[in-house]
Design a protein around this ligand. Sequence first.
Ligand SMILES: *Cc1c(COP(=O)(O)O)cnc(C)c1O
Length: 501
Amino acid sequence: MQYKKVKNGVQMINYISTRDDSIRISSAEAVLNGLAADGGLYVPEDLEALKLDYKEVIAKDYRGMAKMIFNKFFPDYGEERIDAIVERSYENKFTAPEITPVAKVADGFVMELYHGPTCAFKDVALSALPNLMTVARDMTGFTDEILILTATSGDTGSAALHGFSDVPGTSIIVFYPDGGVSETQKLQMVTQSGKNTCVCAVKGNFDDAQSGVKKLFTEIPQPAEGVSLSSANSINIGRLVPQIVYYFAAYKALLESGEIELGDKVNFTVPTGNFGDIMAGYFALKMGLPIEKLICASNKNDVLTEFLATGHYDKRRTFFKTTSPSMDILVSSNLERLLYYVCGLENNKKYMKALAECGEYQISAEELAAIQEVFVGVACDDEKGAEAIGKVYAEDKYLMDTHTAIAWCAFEEFRASDDPAAGLPNVTLSTASPYKFTRAVIDALGETEEVADEDNMKKLEAVTGVPVTGPLADIFSKEICHKDVIECADMKAYVIGKASK
Ligand SMILES: *Cc1c(COP(=O)(O)O)cnc(C)c1O
């Protein structure tokens, strides 16, 4: 176990590592640790124990739903602490009163997850994670400073920086792929103030940054005296659980607008990278929400599409930079949680070993069939995504970002398939504001004239009449506070250097 200083050891031991079920810790410890020392991810041991009556959940407002779901996953916190955490996390942070509003678009639904402080869905979870973590620290009597190490494909970085900025007892280092994020995403990170924040580009892609960070958890869990590492990536169970809530919220919204009746099954289409958002959907289903299919949308980096069709995961393939950079990922960490539940601990270990040593693994036909009962993979390239942005805007005056557009295409492709579930109501998750990917969105609308990035926002606003998402409006005039760029090989020394200060 990574943390030995736990004092008032909380008795409810129900989290295990996906690679070692002799590690048994409380949810507070799982949130604090982030990643298990053996490289596995923490999961609640017993999925059955998470079941609840979804009708009771959707009778509540967003915060009420969050409280019920948090209490299931984090029982050792106790209801009183969870109440306070949820209130603090969602008070005045989101510009939409519903937190995650659902729009009717053509013959589908789009749930907008980007009305938080950094305009991507990561805000929903990263509003809560710092609160979950600081309370866990108090509960367990843990005294070390918590150093959050985060690899980002673009949006986790700014959401985590915002969430942890000036939170006492914590500091944060964000690594992003140099040249691998949009201009707005980069500016959001490098202009983030806060004495405890640090942002650094690494010369590599997101997978390089993520595997570098994961390695540091086993190599230097305590990079300096009195400092312990934790994670704000979706490998942390505290990141995943807040994302379960909006699946319930979407169901409630469809019910209240008369689009479905109680008990009707619905599909969700999720633009996927690290498999965190869609894994939250799987938890929602296992908790009892009437979900039929989870459609896993990928861009040209289609490793998950192949896996969900064949059971063969093969990361040895060309890495493509696309206009949906937050999905440019070849090693989807959270898939390990699904494998643990479907294939069991021993097989998961075998597959993860093969992935690390050979870059590939093959699950059995029975395991694949079990996964396919819920998951469908569809990949769409940049061109198809751009077409969707143009078409949906022209026909429905609805503006989507590049990630949402990939999911929209995947939904349309699935709907046209002969799958028996193809005709069910579908909610497409919209993961970012179109203003985070302005250049690509403007291109998709057919406005190809080259203008400075700064002017693109004004132009998109002028062309569409859709106002710039609030927090992004002044991003180009903010002071740049972070300029570091390093080689991947230097991440360890960089972290030790920062931790020692
Ligand atoms: C992070 C991100 C995704 C991918 O989500 P995962 O949980 O990593 O699968 C999709 N879209 C956007 C805009 C993101 O920021």
